[in-house]
Design a protein around this ligand. Structure first.
Ligand code: PLP
Length: 399
């Protein structure tokens, strides 16, 4: 799954070019930087690789989501519909712009259930934010239809699915905007970083300024820039962008390894009666960073976790249902509204409501789900060994 597994000479070479000039900042210093513009180069490479018209790098995936929402004008009191299974960054970003995260059920795709989204729409809904979890994707046709019908913004959190596609289009380029994270454990990494992708020039121009204190970036004298609106500092550094540049050139290689390893592992799990796999709306577009599978019951999942632990093969297998970071069940800080800064009244009420909202449908899915992270470093022989061991342990645990 993570690009850090293939960190090497290419990354060092790119970083060293920046270190040679000493210009670690992405803007300005046109003379001393001697033509080295790693951030600009990475943005270009992202547009070419994923087929996006514009790309704005940020300091993180969380910052990318915040930037996208601000650029769409999403703010105080607006409701953003997001899934109950995701990384905490999804609601953090929504809260950061003053909006209200409205959490809804997922389905067997492990992403937003289109019918749950429909049920959650109110006059305050402004945006639908599908999260393409664990390398695969949401049902984009269904979500797009809902957005068109209700004139809502479709913002894709594709942070975990870099390189995945849906009906031939890169995940993150299908909605009005999409984001990737380049944090240390993502498919390609900058160490820390993220990007907003969009085909909308106005959204891009706003994102470009928002991530740099509102600087309009017109002309070459940074000191003379005007500030048409308020912004923040969500800039990426040249050192981080340099790492990402080396990584994006390896992405196709990463994807082909992931897909191969995922399909070998799947072959072994398919032999185990009772095991089912997540629904993948476009199987050809699965990035292969995880293989997610379901057991017949929560009791069976408990047994399998115990058996994997005993066999020493639990690391790399994620049981999100009991995990603090990815599922609503354990987000006590969110449900108890433990915020350092005072939230607005709509946010406060929206979060308190989570305590009385039923996530039965998601529970029924997540309590049976295990996601196996696919490593880039496994040799073909090792994946076969792993698969055979998994199926032996599973058959015994489930018998
Ligand atoms: C990693 C991740 C993010 C946030 O990315 P950071 O770069 O760590 O801020 C957002 N959403 C999802 C689904 C993620 O997995």
């Amino acid at each position: 799954m993570p690009g850090f597994e293939f960190f090497g000479a290419e990354e060092k070479k790119e970083v060293n070019e920046v270190l040679e000039t000493g210009i670690l900042m992405r803007y300005g210093f046109d003379g001393p930087r001697k033509g080295i513009w790693k951030s600009k180069e990475l943005e270009k490479a992202i547009c070419a690789q994923f087929g996006s018209k514009y790309a704005q790098l940020t300091s993180s995936g969380t910052a990318a989501l915040t930037t996208a929402m601000a650029s769409f004008g999403i703010g105080a009191g607006d409701e953003v519909i997001m899934p109950a299974f995701t990384f905490v960054a999804s609601f953090e970003a929504i809260l950061s712009v003053g909006a209200v995260p409205v959490l809804v059920d997922i389905d067997s795709s492990l992403t937003l259930s289109p019918s749950a989204v429909r049920d959650a729409i109110t006059p305050k809904t402004k945006c639908i934010m599908p999260v393409h979890m664990c390398g695969s994707m949401a049902d984009m046709d269904a979500l797009k239809a809902i957005c068109d019908e209700h004139q809502l913004i479709l913002l894709e959190d594709a942070c975990q699915s870099i390189g995945g596609t849906y009906k031939g289009k890169a995940l993150g380029t299908i909605g009005h905007a999409g984001t990737f994270s380049f944090d240390f454990v993502k498919t390609i990494t900058c160490g820390e970083g993220g990007v907003v992708m969009t085909n909308d020039q106005e959204v891009y121009t706003k994102a470009d300024a928002y991530t740099d204190h509102g600087h309009d970036h017109i002309g070459v004298d940074r000191g003379a820039d005007l500030h048409p609106f308020l912004g923040y500092n969500f800039r990426i550094s040249e050192l981080h962008a340099a790492v990402g540049l080396a990584q994006i050139r390896k992405l196709d290689q990463f994807l082909s390894i992931q897909k191969k390893n995922q399909s070998i592992l799947k072959y072994y799990l398919e032999k185990v009666p009772g095991i089912e796999f997540r629904t993948v709306p476009d199987p050809a577009g699965d990035s292969g960073s995880f293989l997610s599978w379901f057991l017949p019951s929560q009791a069976a999942a408990d047994k399998v976790i115990a058996a994997f632990k005993e066999a020493g093969i639990l690391p790399g297998n994620f049981y999100w249902y009991a995990n603090n970071w990815h599922y609503i069940k354990k987000w006590m800080h969110l449900k108890n509204v433990q915020s350092l800064n005072r939230l607005n009244a709509e946010q406060q009420a929206g979060l308190e409501k989570l305590n009385t909202t039923s996530f039965e449908k998601s529970d029924a899915i997540m309590s049976r789900c295990i996601s196996t992270a696919i490593s880039l470093t496994w040799t073909e022989e090792q994946v076969h060994e792993k698969g055979a061991l998994f199926s032996t342990v599973l058959l015994k645990a489930l018998s």
